[in-house]
Every structure is written in structure tokens, then in C-alpha cells.
Design a protein. Structure first.
Ligand code: NAP
Length: 317
């Protein structure tokens, strides 16, 4: 993950600042003991850029929870492979092409993850009872709004009263609760779901998932998008689920997914989302950090409840 590129066509070389992994972090939130910033010189001479590659001046960087799973030093089978020590971190972002030996590029879109979980796997019907965890985050905020647009009753859990207010007043959730205050999740779900849960969009895992399994309706669907409450723990410390048996009698379908496996549906997503955005039916929030040096702070923030909406770094104005 670098801030590379001087931006001027006549430049032959530029200084680029990049975050790299200096030590694995099996547990806890990674710190400056594991992640370090360095400055390297990059050649922009055409011979230095291999065919099919680009030199980009990075403008925006997305800060995503999945990065955490690539820093543990052992492969848990989650998301992608481990970073090597000394390797530059890679992330989704937006950049300006300053040298090109290829015209193609890709961009990360959190709304697409929400769409796959709701539209493709959850597939709620009008009137379905839908529960979203980490509901005010980059993925959650879109998942809840998409379910509302399908005519569902939508409840979210999140980590602050401010975010509860946001969910209800700006994202149109029917209700929401602060899981740091309503810590008996089983009691909270009894209160918010008197008629049970038809679709649970899973972002956090652990005790919340266990509580949900006590409230599922027959034929409920649980798209497993992520389990952020477990990312900073070695697997032996991760919480198990004591009530998986509930899935049998209720014929519940729980299914993990990676958004990258659904790229053939990206066109459908864009068409639907463009319409919603033009009609002002979808709202979004971003928490913007400034400068590449803010990566450690921004990355740690996604393992707390301190941010709101999608976390991004603005590398350059
Ligand atoms: P995000 O929701 O914007 O940020 C993470 C949020 O998780 C935090 O803001 C925090 O919000 C909550 N959180 C952090 N630690 C928690 C804990 N211990 N217990 C409960 N909640 C906790 O991040 P995002 O990018 O939208 O990602 C959301 C989930 O989707 C993650 O699990 C991520 O791994 C997953 N994801 C999956 C895919 C895929 O292809 N399957 C793609 C993208 C993202 P509050 O505490 O305030 O609620």
C-alpha cells in the first residue's frame, strides 16, 4: 500500500511511501511493532514497467477488515493468503494512471458485497425480518438499506448510540440497538424480533451469531460475510457455537461467501444500484483519514466502534 507517483509526466523516478509487514501479529490489533512505513524510490522509465502493469498516483485507499487475516503468520483459510514479511501491503483504492502498459484497472465497491449477501444469498421477501450486524459500517449500511428497499423489516446492531440514531434516521432502519449497552444479545433479539429472524447478514460472528441461532425462523438464511469479532484471536481462542443444532430442525441455510466470486453479477448490481442512487434511495457515510501515515490509526479504528460508514484514507486531495 503506497502513496507512489509524483504525478508529472516528465519524472523518471519518484519517491513512494509504503506500509509493509515487519512482523506477524497472531493476536490483537496490529501496531507499529508489526507494520512500518518506509520510503522507496520507484523508476517511472517505460522499461521499468512490465507489460500489463500501471504506475499509479494513489489518491484514496480503502481500509478493510480482511487485511487483518493476512497478518497472522498462519493460514486460517480466511479470505486471501498471508503477506510475506517485508512485503508491501496491498489494498483496494483509487489512483490516477501516470504510466501505463495496460488500460485495465479494478476498484473495490463495498455496496457490491452487501448486494451479494442480501440479493443473491439472503433473498428476503417483502415483510421478511432481517437482522444486520456491524450495521453502520461500510458493508452493513448498504445491506440494511437494500433490505428496506425490498420491503423488509430491518433491525441493526452497532457499537454506539450515535450510530443507532444514524441507522434509524438516515438509513431508514426500523430499529437498531447498541450491543455495548444491550449486552444480553439473546434478550435483545427477543425484544427486537418477536416474530423471529428470516435473514441474518453476518458481519461479526461469535456471541452474536450464537444468539441469532436461538431466534431463527424455519428456512432462515444466514449469509456469512465476515466475523470481525474473531479476527484478532488465534483460532483456539475463537468462540464456538453451542446451538448449531437449531439449524437442523429449522432447516436454516448458512453460507460463507467472498464477493470476488460473484463478479459475473456486477453488471446486475450496477444497474440496480445506479437506479437507487439516481432516485436518492441509498445514502452513504464515510470516515476519511488524511495521509498515508494515518493507516495504522485508521486500521485500528475498524476493530473498535469509533468510526462510522466506510473507512478510507485520502492520500492526496
Ligand atoms: P466496517 O463495518 O466498516 O468496520 C468494521 C466494524 O465492525 C466497526 O466499525 C465496528 O462497528 C464493528 N466491530 C469491530 N470490532 C467488533 C467486535 N469485536 N464485535 C462486533 N463488532 C465489531 O467494515 P466493512 O468493511 O464494512 O466489513 C464488515 C464485515 O464484512 C467484516 O466482517 C468484513 O470482513 C466483511 N467483508 C466481507 C467481504 C466478503 O467478500 N465476504 C467483503 C468485504 C467485507 P460497531 O462496533 O460500531 O458496530
Amino acid at each position: 500500500m503506497g502513496s507512489g507517483g509524483g504525478g508529472k509526466e516528465e519524472l523518471a523516478a519518484v519517491e513512494s511511501r509504503e506500509w509493509y509487514l515487519s512482523a506477524y501479529a497472531p493476536q490483537g490489533v496490529p501496531t507499529s511493532d508489526h507494520l512500518k512505513l518506509r520510503t522507496v524510490s520507484l523508476s517511472l522509465h517505460p522499461d521499468s514497467i512490465p507489460d500489463g502493469h500501471l504506475a499509479l498516483q494513489i489518491l484514496w485507499i480503502s481500509v478493510d477488515p480482511y487485511l487483518r487475516s493476512r497478518m497472522t503468520g498462519r493460514d486460517d483459510g480466511l479470505y486471501f493468503s498471508q503477506f510475506n514479511l517485508d512485503q508491501v501491503l496491498t489494498e483496494f483504492g483509487i489512483g490516477r494512471v501516470i504510466r501505463s502498459k495496460d488500460s485495465g484497472f479494478t476498484e473495490g465497491v463495498p455496496g457490491f458485497t452487501a448486494w451479494v449477501g442480501i440479493e443473491v444469498l439472503g433473498n428476503p421477501k417483502p415483510g421478511s425480518n432481517v437482522f444486520i450486524s456491524a450495521a453502520a459500517g461500510g458493508v452493513g449500511m448498504f445491506a440494511g438499506q437494500l433490505a428496506k428497499l425490498k420491503g423488509c423489516r430491518v433491525i441493526g446492531s452497532t457499537g454506539s448510540d450515535e450510530k443507532v440514531k444514524l441507522l434509524k434516521e438516515e438509513f431508514g432502519y426500523d430499529d437498531a440497538f447498541n450491543y455495548h449497552k444491550e449486552t444480553d444479545f439473546d434478550a435483545a433479539l427477543s425484544k427486537y424480533f418477536p416474530n423471529g429472524i428470516d435473514v441474518y447478514f453476518e458481519n461479526v460472528g461469535g456471541k452474536m451469531l450464537e444468539a441469532v441461532l436461538n431466534h431463527v425462523n424455519r428456512g432462515a438464511r444466514i449469509p456469512l460475510c465476515g466475523m470481525i469479532s474473531q479476527y484478532n484471536k488465534v483460532w483456539e481462542e475463537r468462540e464456538g457455537l453451542r446451538n448449531l443444532l437449531n439449524m437442523v430442525g429449522k432447516e436454516v441455510r448458512m453460507e460463507g461467501f467472498l464477493v470476488g466470486s460473484y463478479l459475473d453479477r456486477f453488471g446486475d448490481f450496477m444497474k440496480e444500484m445506479e437506479g437507487y442512487i439516481k432516485e436518492g434511495k441509498i445514502q452513504s457515510k464515510h470516515k476519511v483519514y488524511n495521509g498515508i501515515e494515518s493507516f495504522l490509526e485508521s486500521f485500528a479504528s475498524i476493530f473498535s466502534s469509533s468510526n462510522m460508514g466506510k473507512v478510507v484514507i485520502q492520500v492526496r486531495p
